[in-house]
Write a protein that binds this ligand. Sequence first.
Ligand code: FEO
Length: 410
Amino acid sequence: MEPAEIKPEVYWVGAIDWNLREFHGYRTPRGTTYNAYLIMDRDITLVDAVKQPFYPDLVDRISKITDPQNIKYIVSNHVEMDHTGALPQLLSLIPNATVVTSTKGQPGLQKHFKANWLMKVVKTGETLSIGKRTLHFHHIPMVHWPDSMVTYSPHDSLLLPNDAFGQHIASAYRFDDEIGWDILREEAAKYYANIVLPYSDQVAAALTALSPLKFDMIAPSHGAIWRRFIPQILQQYQQWATYQTIPQAAIVYDTMWGSTDRMAGALRDGLEAAGIPVTMHNLKTSHISDAMTTVLDSRLICIGSPTLNGGVLPSIGAFLTYLKGLRPKQRIGLAFGSYGWGGQSIPDIEAVMNALAWEMPEHSLKTQYLPDENDLKTVYATAQRLGNYIKDQKRVHATGAENRQEAQHS
Ligand code: FEO
């Protein structure tokens, strides 16, 4: 594929990874891209690189525009290997290029690569003149690593935020309007839920810090470049960063002999009778990263497991570990499950909900052996009460959300 000119003299020179299906625990059925951008100014500047196996793609695309030897600066917005893996080979080819990185980026790169590259450290708010352009650098620590940085080119009205606003999707198309909002919203949500969510407070701070900047294009390091749906993706990030949810439910469960599955079905029926949309994730067939995407937008999270070996089923154990690390706040929780004699699955699930400070207005539901008609009626009635409890809540805000919304990009 040819390089793509996304703005006059600014080119996408990244790589498309059609085969990626897993990204540190996150299922990526659509693959991904590693976006790198070449700015053709007096001092030719490459912003970010690609994963190591895609070094030939990067150099090939750059070479269609200029001799790589002409590159003066390589901006490294983020140390993670999907954006830096190709740097050792690239800097062997062009050893006189200077790597521009954040305060935390420099030690990160040095520790990763044990290399003695020319480096220029930029603090937040610093600028670099590369000709008719002056690049601005804004640190966005913990979105999602300590070193994370945004590069901004006022000349191009272009924001280069690396992972922020990314989506894992491989495509022949580079721009959001060529792919469509529905697919990109789904992939951006999955990306946020599985990578960015634990750092939502830092995302909210970053959105506020970036809100004075004027731009008409956001070119992240994964997936489509935003030019048409910028207000939509900014609004979504504002909502996710402030833990806003909508009155819908996620039921995440696994079952041993079908009893917990029957309880999940009664929960779904009761919630739907109360007018609450429900998404079911039986972890025998759903992946935990898909379940997390549903959790991102859902106000009510029901988690069910039978008791096995004095605890939860392994699939639910994995989900609870993942959930606890991703730290969604401001949720209503319900634990449920069947048991034979111990019933320890319920307190194990409740412990994670308590650790996340979720509200649990109803008692957990557990049934011994097979749920009978009365048990299922109890589950159904509990679900109806929970449904009625949340259905009039349009959106639930974390403290201070309204203030941060006012600072949103306009
Ligand atoms: Fe796309 Fe944090 O790397």
